[in-house]
Design a protein around this ligand. Structure first.
Ligand SMILES: [Fe+2]
Length: 294
């Protein structure tokens, strides 16, 4: 388990924790190979910002869906559903009945439309229809995985411990600096090597900061939430079903991984003979034996 007791304690005290070098060198290297295929040129530019940016950098992705799980390849998908991300989310929620409700690649460079000083904010307005209650059984654990090095000049995420607002009702969800300077004065910048992870929550104030020099930052937002809560979650995964990467992933994923996306588990009342036949027709490469009726 890559979250140790010190990490768990820090998260419970402050609402966030940074785990440096969460990914192994092998995982990071394979992730880089996939990122290079998904967004050609970005890693190269991040490593050497003296080079000119490829022209297509100026084209925003057609939709956010293009940069969303399931990714073409295996490593980014495996990192997204990493058992330790799940286990840490389960510790926070007090149970293991979870789904992965977000997995988006996010990347920007100095001068990119996403390069700006964000306001201190909470993320829950697009992760729940309601309010992120303190009741831990509904706890959503958010992660930002960094695939490139982040230093002071490369737009580090800033995060403010909930020790500074812990007994408040969390509304509004963002503050300008002059309205609430303490959130900014107590912020901690997440300066980490590639392969590190920030874990935070829907009750944790944070913000993106602007680049101070030329460079790029590539990351991935991943969020886990309790299952069976239709008011939680930033996406419905079925919208990804039109992409080949979705088909490939469903056919090769484990039963546990499918369940993390909300796929009906073996033994679920959903599975009848027609549903099994339909799934077999749609996903011919999938091993449906675990879902067979007994
Ligand atoms: Fe945010």
């Amino acid at each position: 388990m890559r979250f140790n007791s010190r990490h768990i304690e820090h998260y419970s005290q402050h609402g966030y924790v940074v785990v440096e070098n969460f990914l192994t060198a092998d995982e990071l290297g394979k992730a880089h190979e996939e990122i290079d295929r998904l967004i050609p040129g970005w890693l190269e530019y991040a490593h050497n910002p003296n080079k000119p940016k490829p022209d297509h950098f100026r084209d925003p992705p057609r939709t956010r869906r293009d940069n969303r799980f399931p990714f073409a390849g295996e490593q980014l998908n495996a990192i997204t559903l990493h058992p330790d991300l799940r286990e840490f989310a389960a510790i926070n929620a007090g149970h293991d009945d979870l789904v992965c409700e977000q997995a988006d690649l996010a990347y920007k460079y100095q001068g990119h439309r996403a390069d700006r000083e964000q306001l201190m904010h909470l993320d829950y307005t697009n992760h729940t229809l309601v309010y992120p209650t303190i009741d831990r059984q509904y706890w959503q654990t958010a992660y930002l995985i960094y695939y490139t090095d982040v230093d002071e000049g490369l737009a580090p995420t800033a995060v403010c411990s909930w020790q500074h607002y812990k007994d408040e009702l969390l509304w509004p969800t963002s503050y300008e600096k002059h309205k609430r300077a303490s959130l900014y004065e107590n912020e901690v910048k997440v300066i980490v090597p590639a392969g590190s992870v920030l874990a935070y929550s829907m009750r944790t104030f944070h913000r993106g900061t602007a680049f101070k020099r030329a460079g790029a930052r590539i990351g991935e937002f991943v969020t886990y939430a309790p299952s069976g809560c239709p008011w939680l979650g930033i996406v419905g995964w079925a919208e990804q079903g039109v992409h080949q990467s979705f088909q490939d992933w469903v056919e090769t994923a484990t039963v546990e991984e499918r369940s993390l996306l909300g796929f009906p588990a073996p033994g679920d009342a959903y599975w009848n003979s027609e549903a099994l036949a339909g799934a077999a027709a749609r996903f011919p490469g999938m091993d449906l034996r675990p879902y067979q009726l007994i």
